[in-house]
Design a protein around this ligand. Structure first.
Ligand code: ADP
Ligand code: MG
Ligand code: ZN
Length: 492
């Protein structure tokens, strides 16, 4: 295996997040229930109908091109790609052949520039449904759903610069993140909003120029499948090269159950699509002006954000990766951090870095847990950044215990209330007074004689248990550090 170097190029389709379809007014809805709801004579390819270009779709692809360092074409056009398939009502797909919207460019993956060949705009086809089952009724027909026919699709093609399954997986993940930052596409692979085809060949390790025979792998529905299929294929192809010295040029599918690729069709003769310019659509002009305007709308991209966060917040890289994996969460984090300044002043707290860390921790654990349990996202979070910042300083100043903090956060999340009100209303202020706590500790000690004996016999864990029982008895309000001190004195 080490005798061969894997050479991998990707072709990635992403469904664009537009209101309407590419060439008609039908709604572009992902995951709609019921077949053939969003259809019209245009996307059904009825004779005599005329397409019209969805400007937003063009803009989204230009944006993607700008974000990925491409050269935006001065002018571009649409072409017809002719082939027959039952999910393609017109008998051709409107795509772009020799004048795509964006050329060149690259995406940085772990410091390596993966070059892009091009990005173009086209329309999606419908979906065929093959009812399962052996009854003649089911086995003899397929169904077709045109909801997806004519949905705008961006196709990105890379140069064969990728050299492992891991690198290909990372590429797809980073592209997904960029498309989400730019609000170009939801790009969810499981939902088919982003579809990745892998082209892979092996070449002898000493060979630097000539490429080997490639195989194309389709139906990869997750990042994991991309990685696994490539790993499988590297092994399969190197075994072939070692034994029969030849790989067949073909399209293979990925069998998720068997975790194997399987032959779908041979590519010995290239299919002729008879491309020709789409006569019903004007060329795309004014792209220079358009891209000039759109360049102003490109936000800070994930890589730049991660690098800046490392510099500014000195958080662990994993925390930064998780924070920036969701632009909304990263933005919220920064709003909270900027509100922290006011509270630091009010409560004369010095160590800002510590509070920044605490903020990140609470966002990544407790808040994430709440959002998950409420099935909602950061954009629906009712807690104002100012309140969140105050909440963090309350934890730092030990005004609330960490268990009370959870209750406070929950209440803030559900009602948007500010933390000092919640604490007051629910009487959650942390109790640090020794007199008050001593009473509770005394009771707990009386009720847990066995643990007391264990502790005196040298079992350190017993003390932790008694602290826990005291916390419980105080309904989470006791300051655990003070409780521990009192216990140690009492049991000396
Ligand atoms: P096709 O005409 O078969 O679609 P293209 O030349 O358009 O092939 O390339 C499609 C994809 O395959 C691109 O991502 C490209 O980088 C990649 N590719 C081309 N040749 C090879 C090869 N020998 N090994 C691996 N990937 C390749
Ligand atoms: Mg191809
Ligand atoms: Zn339509």
């Amino acid at each position: 295996m080490s005798n061969y170097q894997p050479v991998i190029g990707l072709e990635i389709h992403s469904e664009l997040k537009t209101q309407s379809k590419m060439f008609c007014d039908c709604l572009n809805q992902s995951g709609i229930k019921g077949p053939n709801v969003n259809i019209c004579p245009i996307c059904l390819g009825h004779p005599g109908t005329l397409p019209a270009i969805n400007r937003t779709a063009v803009e989204l692809v230009v944006k993607a091109g700008l974000a990925l360092n491409c050269a935006i074409a001065k002018s571009a056009k649409f072409d017809r790609k002719n082939y027959f398939y039952p999910d393609l009502p017109k008998g051709y797909q409107i795509s772009q052949y020799n004048l795509p919207l964006a050329l060149g460019g690259w995406l940085d993956i772990n410091g390596k520039k993966i070059r892009l060949t091009r990005i173009h705009l086209e329309e999606d086809a419908g979906k065929l449904i093959h009812p399962k089952g052996t009854s003649p009724k089911n086995a003899r027909h397929s169904l077709v759903d045109f909801n997806r026919a004519g949905v705008p699709l961006m196709e990105l093609v890379t140069e064969p610069d990728i050299s492992s399954g891991e690198e290909a997986g990372k590429f797809c993940e980073e592209l997904q993140l960029i498309l989400r930052y730019l609000e170009i596409s939801e790009a969810n692979m499981e939902k088919g909003q982003m579809r990745c085809e892998v082209n892979i060949s092996l070449r002898p390790a000493e060979e630097k120029k000539k490429l080997g025979t490639k195989v194309e792998i389709k139906n990869l529905n997750s990042f994991r499948a991309v990685r696994r299929a490539i790993e499988y294929e590297i092994k399969r192809q190197s075994d072939l090269l070692e034994s029969v010295h030849k790989v067949v040029h073909e399209t293979r599918g990925w069998d998720e159950d068997k975790q194997k690729t399987f032959s779908q069709r041979s590519k010995e003769q290239a299919q002729d699509y008879r491309y020709f310019p789409e006569p019903d659509l004007p060329p795309l002009g004014n792209l220079v002006e358009m891209s000039g305007e759109l360049a102003k709308e490109i936000p800070e991209l994930p890589l730049a954000k991660r690098e800046r966060f490392v510099e500014e917040y000195k958080l662990p890289v994993n925390d930064i990766a998780t924070l920036t994996a969701n632009k909304g969460l990263a933005d919220y984090f920064e709003q909270v951090v900027s509100e922290l300044d006011t509270w630091l002043k009010i409560k004369s707290i010095k160590d800002k870095d510590k509070l920044v860390k605490l903020t990140a921790n609470y966002l990544l654990t407790e808040l994430q847990k709440l959002m998950l349990s409420r099935k909602t996202g950061i954009n629906k979070c009712q807690i104002s950044p100012e309140n969140f910042a105050e909440f963090i300083t309350m934890i730092e100043r030990k005004e609330i215990s960490s268990s009370a903090a959870q209750a406070v956060l929950k209440e803030m999340f559900d009602t948007g209330a500010d933390p000092s009100h919640v604490v007051e209303e629910k009487q959650l202020t942390q109790v640090s007074g020794r007199d008050e706590l001593s009473k509770i500790v005394k009771r707990v000690v009386g009720e847990n004689q066995k643990s007391v004996n264990d502790y005196k016999a040298g079992k350190g864990n017993a003390l932790q248990y008694l602290v826990g029982q005291t916390m419980k008895a105080s309904q989470g309000k006791a300051n655990p550090e003070v409780v521990r001190e009192i216990l140690m004195e009492m049991l000396r």
